[in-house]
Design a protein around this ligand. Structure first.
Ligand code: GAR
Length: 220
């Protein structure tokens, strides 16, 4: 069993999807706690309803970003997680703290990285006229949304799509992508090696791709 701590700033649908997958015993993980920087985050209520520790730390109570991040991750460390999952956690994390969790922290991001790091990913994909959009799960490094990508899910951009319709169509795939990625890490199939992501002990040349059956496959 892999002990997992989840960080979320908002709605928490990705967190809820992980919980569901854990509860249906599909995922060999134990979610130990949900930590948030926002006291009104609905994700906290989801955790409480599931009997999981729900912890809030407010950035304004700390002198600066580094102090907040040190406190937040010290709290996370009390649960001895083998993996920290950023599931809609919307703050940039201090580089020294990120480095302490090298290879043990992943993030889900709503774009086909390296395209569109940062915010407004759906609007940017539409604006550029992309035919394909998607989401990525990656190991977190000090470079914002720039760490090695583990897996991606793709959807077509349709005529008339708005950022909202695109986001709504992508979200269920995000849930499956995150669950499948956490599953692969928990089963020691995926790890961060010295030269990038390794899958079954071999370097991953391109991100794994989410399939219709919910599995991850190498492409090419
Ligand atoms: C998700 O779409 C996730 O990919 C995105 O925030 C949303 C959170 O939804 N994350 C980022 O933009 C991180 N840069 P949720 O709270 O319902 O899981």
């Amino acid at each position: 069993m892999l002990d997992v701590v989840v960080l979320a700033s908002g709605r928490g649908s990705n967190f809820a999807a992980l919980l569901d997958a854990q509860q249906s015993a599909e995922l060999p993980i134990r979610i130990r706690a949900l930590l948030s920087d926002k006291s009104a985050a609905p994700a906290l209520d989801i955790a409480r309803a599931a009997g999981i520790d729900a912890i809030v730390l407010a950035p304004r109570d700390f002198a600066d970003r580094a102090a907040f991040d040190r406190a937040l991750f010290a709290r996370a460390a009390q649960f001895h997680p083998g993996l920290i999952v950023l599931a809609g956690y919307m703050r940039v994390i201090d580089a020294a703290v990120v480095n302490e969790w090298h290879g043990r922290m992943i993030n889900i991001h709503p774009s086909l990285l390296p395209k569109y790091p940062g915010l407004h990913t759906h609007a940017r994909a539409i604006e550029v006229g992309d035919g394909v959009h998607g989401a990525s799960v990656h190991f977190v490094t000090a470079q914002l949304d720039g760490g090695p990508v583990i897996a991606q899910a793709q959807i077509p951009v349709l005529d008339g799509d708005t950022p909202d319709t695109l986001a709504a169509r992508l979200l269920p795939l995000e849930h499956r992508l995150l669950a499948a990625s956490v599953d692969a890490i928990a089963r020691h199939r995926i790890a961060l090696g010295n030269h990038g992501v390794e899958c079954d002990g071999k370097p991953l040349v391109a991100p794994l791709c989410l399939q219709a059956d919910g599995g991850l496959r190498a492409v090419g």
